[in-house]
Design a protein around this ligand. Structure first.
Ligand code: IPM
Ligand code: MG
Length: 351
């Protein structure tokens, strides 16, 4: 198989972890006779420094011309500490999602037994934890208009907007995903307070009966936040809006033992994007300390979701599981290896 992959490594530890993910993809190519060609493009603070724009038109073009995008991380402390900064790295990520029409974000959370002790939760709560946060990604309060500040600057406002034609595809995707998993969908909303949530719930009640083989459940987001800690194994597919999904997926990472192992996929109209859930971790930049497993597992999602290469993806995942169960891991997981050494171990398991 011949495919083109856009590499948007971004800021901080992004380039280091993406390099390891690429080496893993190269090992897969060598073993299975595929050819992947890579095109690098700028995004985030790195793109602002070079062009003044966190998502330059050239980068968008590279994404549009590729079969998949492998994305590192964005964010830089010099922008975080300046509330008046006119342009921010994060705008690059949000604009990319919107421009590529990536309406659905898939964030799987699995608690691997070899990492139970890395989670602050008691081990018995972690048994059987394997769920998918399905987050709407290009609408809701992140993008709703109007937004901004009053003229005197003393009031600020954001608007949450959802339309039926944004909700329905998410719900169908949730039920279809559940059919490949454990056949359960939970809608997470705040329908006791928010009009947008009531529309989600109305659509859910209409669509759920079309999937009689899938258990359909609803939960308020505050209760969901609590249930994720009390009894996380009850969940299979959690489908929700943009902001709730952002928050619950970070909470979910605690169950997995480290943010350093969570991958994600964003899919929609144009080229799909695969990226680790973690951020740019500026303190560790260039120190060979960052955990590359989230980037490597994102590459596995790329193989499976974008190219349909399930056997290849399974091989990457099983190599990652061997690394975790034999402690060939970075410091966040209690190991002593560096970023490059973990990547090399995964490659050695594949070759
Ligand atoms: C995420 C991040 C982004 C988001 C930020 C960096 C804009 O937190 O991908 O979860 O809020 O969507
Ligand atoms: Mg987030």
């Amino acid at each position: 198989m011949n495919k083109r992959i856009a590499i948007l490594a971004g800021d901080g530890i992004g380039p280091e972890v993406i390099t390891q993910a690429q080496l893993v993809l190269d090992a897969i190519c060598a073993k299975f006779g595929h050819t992947f060609s890579y095109t690098e493009a700028l995004v985030g603070a790195a793109a602002i420094d070079a062009t003044g724009d966190p998502y330059p038109a050239d980068t968008h073009e590279v994404c549009m011309q590729s079969d998949a995008v492998l994305f590192g991380a964005i964010g830089h402390p010099k922008y975080d500490n300046d509330p008046h900064a006119k342009v921010r790295p994060e705008q690059g990520l949000l604009r990319m999602r919107k421009a590529l029409g990536l309406y659905a974000n898939l964030r799987p959370v699995v608690s691997y037994p070899s990492l139970f002790d890395k989670s602050p939760l008691k081990n018995d709560r972690l048994v059987g934890v394997d769920f998918l946060v399905l987050r709407e990604l290009i609408s809701g309060i992140y993008f709703g208009e109007p937004r901004g500040r009053s003229e005197n600057g003393e009031m600020a406002f954001d608007t949450c907007v959802y339309r039926k034609d944004e909700i329905d595809p998410m719900l169908h995707l949730a039920f279809e995903s559940a059919r490949k998993r454990k056949n359960k969908v939970t809608l997470v909303d705040k329908a006791n307070v928010l009009a947008t949530s009531r529309l989600w719930r109305e659509r859910f009640q209409e669509i759920a009966p079309q999937y009689p083989d899938v258990t359909a459940d609803t939960i308020f987001v505050d209760n969901a936040a609590m249930q994720l800690i009390l009894n996380p194994a009850q969940f299979d597919v959690m489908v929700t809006g943009n902001l709730f999904g952002d928050i619950l997926s970070d909470e979910g990472s605690v169950l997995a033992g480290s943010l350093g192992i969570l991958p994600s996929a964003s899919i929609g109209e144009h080229t799909s994007v695969f990226e680790p859930v973690h951020g740019s971790y500026p303190q560790a930049t260039g120190q060979n300390r960052a955990n590359p497993l989230a980037a490597i597992l994102s590459a596995a999602m790329l193989l499976e979701t974008a190219f349909g290469l399930t056997e290849e993806a399974a091989l990457v995942r099983s190599a990652v599981e061997v690394a975790m169960s034999t402690n060939q891991v970075t410091e966040d997981l209690g190991g002593t290896l560096g970023t490059k050494e973990v990547g090399a171990f995964i490659v050695s398991q594949i070759s």
